[in-house]
Design a protein around this ligand. Structure first.
Ligand code: ADE
Length: 306
């Protein structure tokens, strides 16, 4: 029973959900808003060619008790057969504001709103990255596809991290079940992934890749603080839409380019600019761990008297 629910419960989950409207579509498949009894839910429908991502996400959610305000909450998974075609569903909480990417395209932010977004993302990533021992414990998990489209905005202004289809634990890394078939998003790939110098045997390397991608998300978010600039993806001025691996390698590894950090002289924004530089550093071993980033953000927030 993949979802950790008793098999009978799991098998009927999809039948209890009605799909209401499609809210997203991409290379992964589709996301629908659905209803499950009184609740709105999100249903991610995977293309069957991406069964590995559905399996990984289902495995992580069902073997690890992943309940955290800043990680998308899981309801269940379902595999059903419709006219001899396998349908793979992942059912989660629904967040009407959608992804951070969509949110930033609609709105500009106050510094306080920006800080809540950044702190909550880091809080979610810290929880993922941390080994917790004991009965309510969890292994450390690296996400491997951190980007603004994989982060959802909640109505309270905090965010939660979604899409664990590429996530790995120390055990996956040790077992060498490395799926380089589907890697992360090229635009967000760290220099060591792009120049293939990363130590694939070492779990810590995967956490450091998440920190690099996080820095790009912090940059995207800070750009929208009033007086905001237009929403742009990282490397918008250097990379084409859907860049190739080699195009990104040239930009990030050969030319050693990074986005322009915010130039707002406010101490909070100067602090954010310094934080990004430390997190997207060429040398993965000097990037800050999530706990250090959280402490830095808390200090910046406490000192910001608007
Ligand atoms: N887009 C992708 N997943 C979503 C979710 N859980 N809620 C709202 N929009 C989404």
């Amino acid at each position: 029973s993949g979802s950790g629910l008793p098999l009978m419960v799991q098998r009927t989950l999809a039948k209890q959900v009605s799909l209401i409207e499609r809210i997203g579509k991409g290379r992964y498949g589709e996301v629908w808003r659905g209803s499950w009894y009184a609740d709105s839910v999100a249903v991610k429908i995977f293309f069957s060619r991406d069964e590995a991502s559905w399996r990984r996400e289902t495995e992580i959610y069902s073997t690890v008790l992943l309940r955290h305000d800043n990680i998308l909450a899981y309801i269940g998974s379902d595999m059903t057969s419709r006219n001899s075609c396998t349908q793979l569903w992942l059912i989660t909480h629904f967040h009407p504001l959608g992804s951070l990417y969509e949110h930033l395209s609609r709105t500009t932010l106050t510094r306080n709103q920006m800080m809540l977004i950044c702190l909550s993302i880091v809080n979610g990533l810290l929880h993922l990255h941390t080994d917790i021992h004991g009965t309510q414990g969890k292994p450390a998990i690296a996400h491997r596809d951190i980007k603004s489209k994989n982060i959802l905005v909640k109505v309270n202004g905090e965010c939660c991290i979604a899409d664990l289809g590429l996530a790995v634990t120390r055990r996956h890394v040790a077992a060498g079940v490395l799926r380089d078939a589907r890697q992360g998003t090229k635009r967000y790939m760290s220099p060591e992934v792009l120049d293939q110098s990363m130590n694939l045997q070492c779990f810590e390397s995967y956490r450091r890749c998440d920190i690099y991608a996080l820095a790009l998300v912090l940059w995207e978010t800070c750009r929208r603080v009033s007086p905001a600039r237009e929403q742009r993806p990282p490397y918008h001025d250097l990379a084409p839409a859907d860049p190739s691996f080699d195009e990104m390698r040239k930009i990030v590894c050969v030319d050693n380019e990074r986005p322009d950090p915010p130039d707002d002289p406010h101490p909070t924004m100067v602090g954010m600019a310094n934080l990004m530089r430390e997190c997207w550093h060429q040398n993965p071993s000097v990037r800050l761990p999530a706990l250090r980033i959280k402490k830095t953000l808390l200090k910046l927030a406490a000192n910001d008297n608007s």
